[in-house]
Design a protein around this ligand. Structure first.
Ligand code: ZN
Length: 305
């Protein structure tokens, strides 16, 4: 019998976590970020690929997967990019009244952690994740947190998280050049932990308020001005995150194509670069090899998160 979302509280709790994280452009931009909720020892709800966090509802926008199989696969060595992604897709189970959904590319590491996982591309965490000084400072602010060096999204990142993951207890992961993941036994606890980490960084570094993302047909006025300040070539040649690489290519910087996500990602990027400059921190850009690895993923199965 397929899972019936109307007979279970979990889809509502999942949508609550997704709504809280997804409503904030300082925490999630474009299709980035994801949340999950474990129903049992084997079953988990996780944001569907290509769905924005704010569009997850109790009735849809998520996939039901057998995360027990995913954990066992990662423990055995997840294998290559495409095989791992096909394996995760194959773990999707039917949900009553919902169209078949593809689980997020990041489902793998959700499977490894406590009951509720909130993963965002928080600009505050990323100020630590994207600077040379951030690691030491992060260790000071969050002595119990885990700091994972940069891995491309997919099997490599899952293996790195698997080495430090605990199936119970609260946990905070800083993912270099990527984002933040918090895990907790309950939705309220996970939301509070997520908020506490972000506020600790904001206050600790006296960060300025996050600018609003103005709706615009092309680039927003603010983004166009910051792009002129840093220079188009600088932004194309210096990549801080997979999101920057995927969303902010030459055409996007010219204001062509769908621009809502581009404006969100650029606003985050410029906020981070501006803060690093004000703090006199050194940005830690991805290496050429890391960027070319993302290029291969972009033309492969990785696209929407
Ligand atoms: Zn992510």
């Amino acid at each position: 019998m397929p899972f019936d979302p109307e007979l279970d509280e979990a889809p509502q709790l999942l949508a609550r976590a997704a709504g809280a994280a997804g409503a904030r452009p300082d925490l999630t931009q474009g299709g980035g970020g994801n949340v999950s909720f474990k129903l049992s020892g084997e079953r988990m709800l996780v944001k569907a690929s290509g769905v924005r966090l704010k569009d997850v509802t109790p009735a849809g926008g998520y996939a039901l997967v057998n995360y027990g199989n995913i954990r066992r696969r990662i423990a055995a060595g997840p294998g290559g990019e495409n095989e791992f992604s096909d394996f995760i897709r194959a773990q999707a189970l039917p949900v009553k009244g919902a169209k078949p959904a593809v689980p997020s590319i990041e489902t793998g590491f959700h499977a490894l952690l406590n009951t509720v996982v909130i993963h965002t591309h928080s600009v505050y965490a990323n100020i630590l994740n994207m600077s040379a000084e951030g690691y030491a400072l992060g260790r000071e602010l969050f002595p119990a947190a885990e700091f994972v060096s940069y891995k491309s999204p997919g099997p490599q990142l899952c293996s790195a998280i698997n080495d430090r993951a605990r199936a119970s207890g609260p946990q905070v992961f800083f993912l270099a050049n990527h984002g933040l993941a918090v895990a907790h036994a309950g939705t309220g606890g996970a939301l509070e932990l997520n908020e506490r980490v972000n506020e600790t960084i904001r206050r600790g570094l006296s960060l300025p308020p996050y600018p609003g993302v103005e709706p615009a047909a092309g680039l927003s006025g603010r983004n166009a001005a910051r792009l002129a300040h840093y220079g188009r070539n600088f932004i194309l040649e210096n990549i801080l995150s997979p999101d920057q690489f995927l969303y902010c290519g030459p055409e996007a910087l010219d204001g062509k194509g769908g621009t809502e996500a581009v404006n969100e990602v650029l606003t985050a990027l410029f906020y981070i670069l501006d803060c690093l400059k004000a703090l006199k921190f050194t940005p830690k850009f991805l290496t050429k090899a890391e960027v070319s690895c993302l290029g291969a993923m972009k033309s492969g199965r990785y696209g929407a998160k």
